[in-house]
Write a protein that binds this ligand. Structure first.
Ligand SMILES: NC(=O)C1=CN([C@@H]2O[C@H](COP(=O)(O)OP(=O)(O)OC[C@H]3O[C@@H](n4cnc5c(N)ncnc54)[C@H](OP(=O)(O)O)[C@@H]3O)[C@@H](O)[C@H]2O)C=CC1
Ligand SMILES: Nc1nc(=O)c2c([nH]1)NC[C@@H]1CN(c3ccc(C(=O)N[C@@H](CCC(=O)O)C(=O)O)cc3)C=[N+]21
Ligand SMILES: [Mg+2]
Length: 283
């Protein structure tokens, strides 16, 4: 069997076409949504993601507000940039690109973001609202994964989903979204304390690999016909690698490639959060 490819690029384009009339409607009311990005240091990967996010915005007529800052910036200086974006009426919503340099207390910075301007959906208040089942901007990568599964009609209700990784950006928030009544999945979250990763993954109808370990998921670990989503990104000397071994394609029923799968979906749902924040602010 060769898996059906979950095409994140095409699905992102479809989402953009749904967002376009909403951006146009805001602009007709004199409201131009603006996405802010805060990038600290000169990691080439992070710089590339930030560039592509602004390109996405330009495509839809959303303004870009960029704060590119030196790696040596102090906690207080960075906090001041956050305060400025919170106060800037042109900045509808923004993200602080992670990771931040080691000398920065990242949690203190993330908590300082105005929750109403949280484009990532990762502010503690918004994660708390998600836990409580209240409306909140949703974490972009997990939300993108759900939209991708729905686009290809992969059954989620009642499915056993194994998520590899419990990071806040992907794994842990993925579990929160999937266990809502609207998704109704049964979720196993795996991490470095998991005793037998292969045995856990083998039971999964849907595997979400978000550990950041090249080729962690091998064909022998996958139940034939399962949906496998490759989220992890590792930069090695030989280029960029996902968490899923390429031969898994021959075993899986659905497969999200990396690149071309979850990455573009993350960006689509980020832009969607900006549009929703602008609509909420406009009333
Ligand atoms: N394509 C996309 O759109 C995006 C991709 N990413 C990528 O997804 C990955 C996850 O991101 P993030 O949530 O921030 O990650 P974190 O680095 O915060 O978390 C990684 C998780 O993976 C677990 N892990 C590491 N090695 C293993 C292993 N051998 N077996 C089982 N679990 C393991 C860790 O376990 P423990 O907790 O025990 O340490 C940890 O929970 C990264 O590679 C990131 O670059 C992130 C965002 C968007
Ligand atoms: N506050 C914060 N929020 C994030 O969402 C966040 C972050 N920090 N730090 C880093 C990770 C990583 N991440 C990606 C986004 C898009 C692609 C993406 O679009 N990738 C393209 C490939 C791009 C290319 O190589 O040209 C693809 O998969 O097809 C990948 C990874 C978001 N992250
Ligand atoms: Mg991380």
């Amino acid at each position: 069997m060769t898996a059906t490819i979950l095409d994140g690029k095409a699905t992102k384009n479809a989402i953009f076409e749904q967002l376009r009339p909403r951006v146009d409607a805001l602009r007709e009311r004199g409201i131009v949504p603006g996405l802010g990005t805060v990038l600290v240091g000169d990691d080439p990967g992070s710089a590339m993601y930030v560039r592509s996010k602004h390109k996405d915005c330009a495509q839809l007529g959303i303004n870009s507000i960029r704060r590119d800052l030196p790696a040596e910036i102090t906690q207080d200086e960075l906090a001041k940039v956050i305060d400025e974006l919170n106060a800037d009426p042109d900045c509808t919503a923004y993200i602080v690109q992670l990771p931040l340099p080691k000398h920065i207390d990242a949690n203190a910075i993330l908590e300082r973001i105005d929750p109403a301007k949280d484009a990532d959906g990762l502010h503690p208040v918004n994660l708390g609202r998600l836990v409580l089942g209240k409306e909140a901007p949703l974490p972009c990568t997990p939300h993108g994964i759900i939209r991708l599964l729905r686009q290809y009609e992969v059954p989620i209700n009642g499915a056993h989903v194994v998520v590899v990784g419990r990071g806040i950006t992907v794994g842990r928030s993925m579990g929160l979204l999937l266990t809502r009544k609207s998704e109704n999945a049964t979720v196993t979250l795996c991490h470095t304390g998991t005793k037998d990763l292969a045995a856990e993954v083998r039971r999964a109808d849907i595997v979400i690999a978000a550990a950041g370990v090249p080729a962690l998921i091998t064909p022998d670990m996958v139940k034939p016909g399962a949906a496998v989503l490759d989220v992890g990104v590792s930069r090695t000397d030989s280029g960029v690698s996902g968490d899923v071994h390429p031969d898994v394609r021959e075993i899986a029923g659905f497969f999200s490639p990396n690149p071309g799968g979850v990455g573009p979906m993350t960006r689509a749902l980020l832009v969607s959060n900006v549009v929703e924040a602008a609509e909420r602010a406009a009333g």
